[in-house]
Write a protein that binds this ligand. Structure first.
Ligand SMILES: Nc1ncnc2c1ncn2[C@@H]1O[C@H](COP(=O)(O)OP(=O)(O)OP(=O)(O)O)[C@@H](O)[C@H]1O
Length: 242
């Protein structure tokens, strides 16, 4: 029997579509007793149901604004659905936004401890992994600099390094590898493949279809908040390229 790492059951998420209303529209709305809703809502995720088995590597693909990052945020738990449920098994870590979970006024060193703790590591575990985290990130010289002075690539290096050292069962990666330079991207890809080979579950959001084809086996195509295709990654990529 396969064990699922992630079970998503009928989740939907609505966001408010913001646009300026004219004074006249607002006046009419007030005069009519504030009936109805002046703001329009739209579904960023619309009734998504899917299971991901332990050890699968899944790419979330689709055009800009189709709901990929929103789905990833629901899997990570930073966003809650309006309806439906998301369950995950084991430690979930990853990179959703560069610098998320980092405090700008703290040094790289302090942020390793802060971020590691947020991702569920104890102080002893972080102490033991600290040198390896810094070595992987290759930013030794700047480890005592406040991270507000880091470049986006340096943020990525440290954040990625902390995340992979948490020994995650489910690793989430959103586009961000794009800000790393080529040697570091290669190093990250090798690490991601290593995690996959060790049986970890991967969910990757990327527009780089060549990278996705190398790393993922399964592809899910998102369109306007719907999952419209769930197939081997090569088939989904072929549809996107057609
Ligand atoms: N916090 C939010 N509040 C309001 N709207 C949001 C919020 N987050 C995302 N959206 C909207 O939800 C839709 C889906 O966004 P999402 O970031 O998930 O798309 P995406 O597929 O990851 O796009 P991209 O390829 O451009 O990264 C977009 O229209 C976006 O503007």
């Amino acid at each position: 029997m396969t064990t699922n790492s992630i079970e998503i059951c009928g989740i939907s998420k609505k966001f408010v579509l913001r646009h300026t209303r004219s004074l006249k529209e607002a006046f009419v709305w007030i005069m009519k007793g504030r009936k109805g809703d002046l703001s329009k809502k739209f579904y960023a995720l619309n009734d998504i149901t899917l299971d991901v088995a332990m050890g699968e590597s899944v790419a979330l693909l689709g055009l800009n604004g189709s709901g990929k990052s929103t789905l990833l945020k629901h899997i990570s738990g930073v966003m809650l659905p309006d309806t439906g449920t998301v369950s995950t098994r084991g430690r979930v870590a990853g990179l959703i936004e560069v610098g998320a979970g980092f405090h700008p006024d703290l040094s790289g060193r302090d942020n390793v401890y802060l971020n590691g703790a947020i991702l569920g590591m104890s102080k002893e575990q972080i102490d033991a992994a600290f040198d390896s985290i810094v070595a992987f990130s290759e930013i030794e010289e700047f480890i005592d600099t406040e991270v507000k002075f880091y470049s986006s690539g340096m943020y990525l290096r440290l954040a990625f390094s902390v995340a992979v050292h948490t020994d995650p069962d489910v690793f989430l990666i959103d586009e961000i590898l794009a800000v790393g330079d080529e040697p570091f991207q290669k190093k990250c890809l090798a690490k991601i493949k290593e995690l996959h080979a060790a049986g970890k579950t991967l969910i990757v959001v990327s527009h780089d279809l060549d990278v996705v084809a190398k790393v993922c086996d399964r592809g899910i195509l998102m369109e306007s908040g719907h999952a419209v295709m769930d197939a081997p990654v090569d088939e989904v990529i072929a549809r996107l390229r057609s």
